[in-house]
Design a protein. Structure first.
Lengths: 156, 121, 734
């Protein structure tokens, strides 16, 4: 579960794409980011978990979109023109992460990443692989394999 | 002057290999799939040599060779039999039908070209 | 020129092998049905033979060895020395199956299949030991060396003898040498290529001009070659002609001058080699007359001429060189030419055409929105464009379509193997082998079909004793039939066995806790219990259809292909499984509908009719369920909006629009939608890979506005439906 998938091999540097969910800042390893898309209405999927927003047309392929905010136990992303979909790929799996807004690209030494304290009560806990502080803001680094449920099954 | 050769074999693989081998040797190759087809193709060309398989549908190699030898202008055209059999009586039958020589499959490209040069000059 | 032509040819060889294996199966089937004519047996022989030939070229030794032994036996059959018994045909089939395995093992660099040796042994046992030895000796020895020697050495020469100081040869062609298209000049030239060559021509046998027979052979040569040359290499040169000439290896003890008058001495070396056009004339040059004519010189006794029949004078006409005339033909293309294309390229084309369809839909939508009059040139042009797109799409799909025949042949093998494993006599009949289906569909159908066939052999058909006791023929028959039916392909697996034992099935379902013991099920409902997950478990596992795979797995793999499976059974008569599949996995004709502001596509093939509900149509069934009464039949009503979780069931369905759909088993259902938008072809985009299976949803598509719409799977929807059409709170999603 906590296997670091956001690692950049052969480098002591890590580049993170950071984005906002509500008032919190999260990030993913930029190596797993394929592109960033503007908000587009997703076609809802019947019988899907609440955090699955639906599917969108990504240049002819069907892309599932996860409302990252709901996934991490927070209020749904509004779904308007300011929101963006971060298209990520882990292994063969491609998915869109709906977030409030993208903030920055950060280059940090790997040593700046700290393991999150063990707070089992937090539902979002298992999706977070590391924490770091940038300019006084705490940024959570997401473990995408934990965020995207299909990958659990696929990894089996 | 490049040689002109007609090759008759029902196996696409063997035809492909012949095409590859003989093209590399600068030989102008005409292909046919069986004896009947071979005679049709032969009607339109005047090859320096003919290569023929034995086991083929419609008209086998023996029949094909006999038919070729039956044509005045091909009485002396060299014909090499391409066969997986090296049995003496098969050779004898091929010879009886009028074959010039034989090549045992799988053929060695170098030797095939050499044999062609030997029978066709 | 491709990068690696040999690899290309090898790939093409394996494709050819599959074709040969197919014709082998066909021919064996004909033989099994009584066609013992020479040509049918010849087809079997040739197929095996061609596989051997090609395999030899690529050094696939295991394959060569197997094919060779199989071929040896078939050759005996061909020559009429081996009777074709039913037992023999069985072995031929088995060998053909193993040959297929050998081919595929060679192709995939896998280890040889098991049982090959046993099968060959059994096959060879048909010949009996003596006959085998005989067959082996008068046939090719299995000495295939990859790319080995092409000109076979005359093995009966003692190559080990001490070379004399010089190789001295006496070479006297017979008329047959010329008759067979050989040319002494070229032989000499080939010798000269080996090393310095001295030649002397003996014209002494040439008769007076008026006695010359133009087709006889009068010349002989004495040849001297460097003694360091390998005698085998020299013999090699004469390989083609050893039976149509006198060839004697001499030495000092066997001096040249014992051969007639030497009237000419020609020095050959490699430099003369290129000179072919008029070369024969140079032999004749010393003579004023046309070339010579002796009676065969006494000399050493000529080897027994096997070519005796070819020796007629009218054959021998040999001025060996007719000047080459320019060719008039063009290189012959293989008739019925085919092009091998990477599947990837076709898939790319299919995808592009899919994009084209989507783009065209978008364009159509924009044109409509622009409010152009229906007769405007833009609209007319667009219509033509749409028709073209449709044609292109159909053509592209046709490229991917393949006949089901190879698949059926695989099933024939499954029947053979599984019936012999459990000692039942089973015959497979196939119908509609030429029916074409998308390649992917065929590929993905193999596993479920295999399972169904095994099931039919194992469970569908009774034991031979039971059959006989019931007055049925000993041999059970399984029929595999494919046909196109209203835009889909229907494949049926029918057995003439005892039918489904419904009592037993029901009891078992109860025992497994799949249905309550007091439930009253119709025959069809009981039959469909077979498809329930957990129905076929341990105690049904036999050596054959076991492996823990139940009919539920078969059903889901068929469904994954957008197909349906249905079952019908009649006690004592047999059981029929019917699979209905889309012709392609790429597009489908759909009805675009609106449900709770979501756009959905319902496959046209599943819709029987559409209707607007009147008050009289709707009947309350239970507190939360309705049926509609349609032409005397009651059909359950399903609210799509509610079933898909888009909204709560409505309170009143009067005036609502329903799609009447039918499942494979004939069960009908009425699906409530809010509006019907249009009918059109849509490109299927799989959801399975990017998301996973959604109950009631087959796939997705992209509409003209770029939005994704879900493609409904009505049968699956109904299977998973709550059936609630009364108001009650539902969790809303989306």
């Amino acid at each position: 579960m906590t296997e670091p998938t956001n690692t950049q091999t052969n480098s002591n540097e890590v580049e993170l794409l950071s984005f906002r969910l509500g008032d919190e800042e999260y990030s993913v390893d930029i190596m797993s980011v394929r592109e960033i898309r503007g908000w587009t209405r997703a076609t809802p999927l019947p019988h899907a978990p609440a955090y699955v927003r639906g599917v969108i047309n990504l240049r002819g392929t069907v892309l599932p979109v996860v409302d990252l905010s709901v996934r991490l136990g927070m209020r749904p992303v509004a779904g308007d023109a300011r929101n963006v979909i971060v298209v990520v790929q882990i292994g063969t799996q491609t998915a869109g992460l709906l977030v409030d807004a993208v903030s920055d690209i950060l280059a940090l030494p790997r040593s700046a990443l700290q393991p999150p304290p063990d707070l089992a009560a937090d539902t979002a806990q298992r999706c977070i692989s590391a924490l770091t502080i940038v300019e006084g803001r705490m940024i959570r680094v997401l473990d995408l394999t934990a965020v995207l449920p299909q990958d659990d099954a696929e990894a089996a | 002057m490049s040689l002109k050769v007609l090759a008759v074999d029902d196996s696409r693989t063997i035809r492909d290999m012949l095409r590859l081998t003989l093209a590399d040797a600068g030989i102008e190759l005409y292909l046919a799939e069986d004896g009947v087809h071979g005679l049709e193709v032969l009607g339109g060309i005047d090859p320096d040599a003919i290569i023929s398989d034995i086991n083929m549908p419609r008209l086998d190699g023996f029949g094909f060779i006999e038919a070729v030898r039956g044509q005045d202008r091909h009485r002396a055209t060299p014909i090499l039999v391409l066969t997986t059999e090296s049995a003496p009586e098969l050779k004898a039958r091929a010879r009886a039908a009028g074959a010039t020589g034989w090549i045992v499959k799988p053929f060695d490209p170098v030797k095939l070209v050499k044999a062609l040069n030997m029978v066709a000059g | 020129m491709p990068n690696d032509p040999m690899a290309e040819i090898k790939a093409s060889f394996f494709i050819e092998c599959d074709e040969l294996l197919e014709s082998l199966q066909d021919a064996l089937t004909e033989i099994e049905e009584g066609a013992h004519d020479g040509e049918t047996i010849n087809i079997v022989f040739r197929a095996v033979h061609s596989i051997k030939g090609g395999a030899g070229a690529f050094g696939l030794e295991a394959l060569v060895a197997f094919a060779h032994r199989y071929e040896t036996v078939m050759d005996e059959v061909r020559s009429g020395r081996l009777e074709v018994s039913a037992e023999a045909v069985k072995l031929f089939f088995q060998a053909a199956d193993l040959l297929a395995d050998e081919v595929h093992a060679a192709r995939d660099s896998q280890p040889e299949p098991e049982g090959a040796e046993a099968c060959l042994k059994a096959l060879e046992a048909l010949l009996g030991a003596d006959r085998l030895a005989e067959a082996e000796t008068d046939d090719a020895p299995p000495d295939f060396q990859p790319m080995g020697l092409s000109l076979d050495l005359a093995a009966d020469f003692d190559i080990g003898q001490t070379p004399p100081d010089a190789h001295v040869l006496h070479f006297k062609p017979h008329a047959d040498l010329y008759a067979s298209g050989n040319e002494p000049l070229y032989l000499l030239r080939a010798l000269a290529d080996l090393g310095p060559l001295e030649t002397e021509v003996d014209f002494s046998a040439i008769p007076p001009l008026d006695a010359i027979d133009p087709e006889a052979a009068y010349l002989s040569w004495t040849l001297r070659l460097d003694r360091t040359l390998d005698e085998a290499a020299i013999r090699d040169v004469f390989d083609f002609v050893e039976d149509v000439c006198d060839l004697e290896f001499g030495s000092r003890e066997n001096p040249l001058d014992s051969f007639g008058d030497v009237t000419s001495l020609l020095q050959f070396d490699a430099s003369t080699s290129g000179n072919d056009e008029n070369a024969p004339a140079s032999f004749g040059a010393p003579l004023a007359a046309p070339p010579p004519e002796p009676t065969p010189a006494p000399g050493p006794p000529s080897p027994p001429s096997r070519a005796g029949e070819a020796n007629e004078p009218d054959r021998a006409g040999m001025s060996p060189m007719t000047p080459p005339t320019p060719a008039t033909g063009t290189p012959a293309a293989d008739p019925g030419a085919t092009v091998r294309v990477d599947l990837e390229r076709i898939d790319r084309l299919v995808n592009l055409v899919g994009e084209l369809v989507i783009n065209q839909a978008m364009l159509a939508q924009s044109v409509t929105e622009a409010g152009l009059p229906p007769n405007s040139p833009v609209m007319t042009g667009l219509e033509a464009f749409m028709m073209l797109t449709r044609d292109i799409q159909d053509s592209v799909m046709m490229i991917r379509a393949q006949p089901v025949k190879p698949l059926f042949q695989r099933m024939a093998r499954i029947v053979r193997e599984s019936s012999s494993a459990i000692g039942k006599e089973v015959k497979l009949r196939t119908e509609g082998e030429a029916t074409e289906v998308d390649k992917t569909v065929i590929e993905r159908l193999a596993d479920p079909l295999t399972h169904m066939i095994r099931n039919a052999v194992d469970h569908g058909l009774e034991t031979t004793e039971t059959r006989v006791a019931a007055g049925k023929p000993r041999e059970g028959v399984i029929t595999l039939c494919a046909q196109h039916r209203s835009g889909r392909v229907v494949i049926e697996v029918t057995d003439d066995g005892g039918g489904i034992n419904r009592k037993k099935v029901f009891a078992k379902a109860v025992e497994k806790g799949l249905v309550p013991a007091d439930s009253h099920l119709s025959d069809s409902e009981i039959d469909n219990l077979l498809f329930l997950p957990g129905f076929s478990t341990a105690d049904q596992v036999s050596a054959l259809s076991g492996r823990g795979v139940g009919m539920d797995v078969v059903k889901s793999s068929i469904q994954a292909l957008g197909g349906r499976i249905a079952i019908t059974s009649e006690p004592g008569k047999g059981t029929c499984f019917s699979i209905s599949l889309p012709l392609t996995l790429a597009v489908l004709d759909g009805m675009v509908v609106n449900v709770a502001n979501e756009t959905l596509v319902v496959p046209l093939s599943s819709i029987l009719e559409t209707a607007t509900l009147t008050r009289e149509d709707i009947r309350v069934l239970g507190p939360e369920t309705h049926v509609i009464h349609l032409r005397g039949a009651f059909v359950p009503l399903y609210d799509l909006g509610a079933e898909l979780g888009y909204r709560a069931p409505k309170s009143n369905y009067e005036g609502g629009i329903v799609l009447l759909t039918a499942q494979e088993n004939g069960e009908r259902s009425a699906l409530v939608v809010d509006a019907i938008l249009e009918q059109r072809q849509v490109v299927i985009k799989g959801l399975q890979q990017s998301y996973g299976h959604i109950p009631g949803v087959a796939a997705a598509t992209i509409l003209g506005d770029g939005q994704i719409a879900l493609i409904l799977d009505p049968a699956d929807l109904v299977d998973n439906a709550s059936g609630r059409t009364g108001s009650r709170d539902l969790t809303l999603a989306g």
